[in-house]
Design a protein around this ligand. Structure first.
Ligand code: SAM
Length: 341
């Protein structure tokens, strides 16, 4: 079980000297993809495919996404993409995005029926390879929002989501990050680190990110999201989670282990200052398409997204972006901080 060390965030305008979290997390998921999937296939598949979090609470009960038929839906950090495949089976136009080649390989091998057409995109949730306002719903279930810097992902989601769209995600509760007793290797009854300053969390071979509740809400509001709901899951007596030890399950009956957010992009919300520019879209044919409003701005996105551009990482048939207004396609359409291991 990983030990936790909260290293905090660099101040505004300062560059982090910390090791590259993308490289660390990518290596983690390339390494543990097969074992993770073997261990959790039952909890994540079949009737649990459209279910949330450590306790696999069904979407039909929580209704965080709402109706999906005919909606353009992006999963951030889709892993084996069981969630997205199930959504496609219910009529959604899904896209699964993940940083890890191994995870996407697994997803590819599991697609069945209508979900065979589910586009899988290798990319980084902090720099999404999609044009603005492509999606009605963006979500993840302990996916990229656990592993990415929220100061980057939240503005990116705000950019690609349409006004009125839904952004829903499950991740660790800030409280659990304060209560992990490293010596006892479990969640304890004492707070072991300060609440203020929660930020980058360095674990052995893994980097996670967290914020205080106030900071999360400020970040959402600054990017045009309103909070519809925050669900703090509390399992019924006797419920079991494949991700937790008995002791941690008991802890989770008294304090929230995870937080599930449902946010709405306010109609007419403006893009937050400093959010990445619009202008790059990856198509099924692996071409970088120009944003029609900025034809000279057709540039490669550095880092992971560039890999998407160069490599065979976007499946044929990827829907990409299909702006509704014009009605035509632009070409493509823990365990503990032991998160889900
Ligand atoms: C715990 S898995 C969740 C996947 C799925 N919901 C599940 O439960 O199997 C987390 C996923 O996030 C992906 N991930 C981590 N960092 C990412 C990033 N920066 N961009 C996109 N995906 C990322 C990992 O590769 C991994 O597949």
């Amino acid at each position: 079980m990983p030990r936790r060390k909260t290293s905090g965030r660099p101040g505004p305008g300062r560059r982090s000297q910390a090791p590259d979290h993308l490289a660390i997390n990518r290596a983690l998921w390339e390494r543990q993809s097969a074992a993770y999937d073997r261990r959790n296939a039952r909890a994540l598949g079949g009737r649990h495919a459209m279910a949330w979090g450590l306790w696999r609470i069904p979407e039909r009960q929580l209704r965080l996404l709402g109706p999906v038929r005919g909606r353009d839906v992006l999963e951030l950090g889709c892993g084996a993409a069981r969630w997205s495949s199930a959504l496609v089976g219910r009529g959604a136009h899904g896209v699964g995005l993940d940083l890890s080649k191994a995870q996407l390989g697994r997803a590819r091998s599991l697609r069945r029926g209508r979900a065979r057409a589910l586009p899988l995109v290798r990319g980084n949730a902090e720099r999404l390879p999609f044009a603005a306002r492509c999606f009605d719903i963006v979500f993840c279930d302990w996916g990229a929002m656990t592993f990415c810097d929220p100061d980057r992902t939240v503005p990116e989601v705000a950019r690609v989501i349409r006004p009125g769209g839904i952004f829903a995600f499950a991740h660790a509760s800030p409280l659990r990050d304060l209560a992990f007793d490293r010596r006892a290797d479990r969640y304890g009854r004492r707070l072991v680190r300060p609440y203020f300053g929660l930020g980058r969390i360095d674990l052995p071979g893994e980097v996670d990110f967290q914020r205080t509740y106030g900071e999360w809400i400020r970040l959402f509001r600054a990017n045009g999201f309103s909070v519809d709901r925050l669900v703090e899951t509390r399992p019924p007596e006797g419920a079991r989670s494949v991700y937790l030890s008995r002791s941690d399950e008991r802890w989770g009956r008294s304090w929230p282990l995870e937080a599930l957010w449902r946010l709405r992009k306010e109609p007419g919300a403006v893009r937050a200052p400093g959010s990445p520019p619009e202008g790059v879209l990856y198509s099924t044919s692996r071409l970088v398409l120009r944003d029609r409003r900025a034809p000279t701005e057709n540039r490669a996105v550095p880092g992971d997204a560039e890999e998407v551009q160069q490599g065979p990482h976007v499946d044929a048939g990827a829907p990409g972006c299909r702006p509704r207004a014009r009605g035509r396609s632009l070409g493509t359409r823990a365990r503990g901080r032991r998160p889900l291991q």
